[in-house]
Design a protein around this ligand. Structure first.
Ligand code: AMP
Ligand code: GLY
Length: 426
């Protein structure tokens, strides 16, 4: 089987890498891909861009692929998976209708309510007056979320009522602006990716992401600055609990409502003093969590995602995992996330060696052929080790080899977990 992967990030690089290790996959093509992917698979342009469903479908047919995997959320919400399937090609990724689980937070809340899934109490608001009264109902810390896709910039969590209100006003000023105000959830966060064909649910291993830019969870929210997996501090029953109480009821509810969700249901949760609560759903793999989850998956990824795409997930044997721990650290460009500077030369990648793997995100070849930064998150350095300490050491050794002017990275990815300092509130 040939597989076409849509996207440009380190998540897609990790997916391509895993596919190249699957003996059932004879060729991997990425579109548009990135220079790192290009070194291990064929990259093709997408002249119409990532949201051009017909363009992606044309390419899939031209290449004769047996499976298309769509990485980012925007093409899913835009219906690219529907366009591919309409041409008779299997596609891993939900329909536009089902991708609203990520595309609209208000819709996700409705589905959760229908499926009795534990989540933060919330109010959907369309006026400033509604927002003001919802903020006062829940009290500080305030949580205000743009209803629609906002590339990681839609959520503000703050103790300052004025800041919460200002963010709400900014979102409401957009056409059809709607926001969700919700109760604050205390407790550590976990991401669990659940592969589904619309009926059967197969969970992957949980990971923890670091959303804030700076050490100690300070600074603005980002797409994610690092991750690790597995999560030794989580209760042993966590994965089964999330499947039983969140993923399976949600997948069943979507099917019963006539919009089956097939693809990956990304469950972002908080482990609070009152039990697990869903923070968000996404309709795709998380970045950078995918980098650590796939580093540990021993089962063939292509076969798993193909089975999900064609409704045969119940035939897949139980997943196998490597016993190692995995850590990834994101190297971001100067100015990320507000105004990332691009065009800086990246050096040192060849010096990283075999202990860590360099996955590309915002990279490009400059005019003179040198590798330069081309986005906010530039590289994901991934390493595995017998324990978290070893995996961290290897990942940070890799990061230290990279030279990129003005770049930033967090120095505390997986540190609290390594020290046994993460507590689930009782
Ligand atoms: P989201 O885009 O919904 O994942 O939100 C981004 C980040 O904001 C999450 O990863 C959390 O760190 C934080 N967040 C979102 N909702 C809440 C909440 N109800 N309580 C506390 N933190 C939250
Ligand atoms: N790492 C968070 C996300 O992919 O949304």
């Amino acid at each position: 089987m040939k597989v076409l992967v849509i996207g440009t990030g380190a998540r897609e690089h990790a997916i391509v890498r895993a596919l190249t290790l699957d003996s059932s996959v004879e060729a991997v093509i990425a579109a548009p891909g990135n220079p790192g992917i290009d070194a291990m698979a064929l990259c093709r342009d997408l002249p119409g861009g990532l949201l051009d469903g017909e363009g992606v479908a044309d390419l899939a047919v031209e290449l004769g692929v047996g499976l298309v995997i769509i990485g980012p959320e925007a093409p899913l919400v835009a219906g690219v998976a529907d366009a591919v399937r309409a041409r008779g090609v299997a596609c891993f990724g939900p329909t536009a209708q089902a991708a609203r689980l990520e595309g609209s937070k208000a819709f996700a809340k409705e589905v959760m309510a229908g499926a009795d899934v534990p989540t933060a109490l919330s109010h959907v608001c369309t006026t400033v007056e509604e927002v003001a009264s919802a903020l006062d109902v829940f009290g500080a810390p305030y949580v205000v979320k743009d209803d629609g896709l906002a590339a990681g910039k839609g959520v503000v969590v703050t103790r300052k009522r004025s800041k919460a209100l200002a963010h709400a006003i900014q979102c409401l000023n957009k056409p059809d602006g709607r926001i969700v105000v919700e109760e604050y959830l205390d407790g550590p966060e976990i991401s669990l990716f659940c592969i589904t064909d619309g009926t059967t649910v197969v969970p992957l291993a949980p990971a923890q992401d670091f959303k804030r830019l700076l050490d100690g969870d300070e600074g603005p929210n980002t797409g994610g600055m690092g991750a690790y997996s597995p999560i030794d501090w989580a209760p042993a029953s966590l994965v089964q609990d999330v499947v039983d109480r969140v993923a399976q009821p949600t997948v069943d509810e979507m099917r019963h409502q006539g919009m089956p969700f097939a693809g990956v249901l990304y469950v972002g949760l908080a482990l609070t003093s009152r039990g697990l609560r869903v923070i968000e759903f996404n309709a795709r793999f998380g970045d950078p969590e995918t980098q650590v989850v796939l580093a540990r998956l021993a089962s063939p990824l292509g076969r798993l995602l193909y089975a999900a795409a064609v409704g045969k997930l119940d035939e897949v044997p139980p997943l196998r995992w490597r016993p190692e721990h995995a850590v990834t650290v994101v190297v971001a460009s100067k100015g990320y996330p507000d105004s990332p500077r691009t065009g800086d030369v990246i050096e040192g990648m060849a010096e990283v060696g075999d202990d860590a793997c360099v996955l590309h995100a915002g990279t490009a070849f400059g005019k003179d052929g040198a590798m330069v930064s081309a986005g906010g998150r530039v590289l994901s350095i991934v390493a595995t080790g017998a324990d978290l300490a070893e995996a961290r050491h290897r990942a940070y050794q890799g990061v230290d080899r990279i030279r990129l002017k003005g770049s930033t990275h967090r120095t505390d990815i997986a540190l609290a977990a390594q020290r046994g300092e993460i507590m689930v509130p009782q």
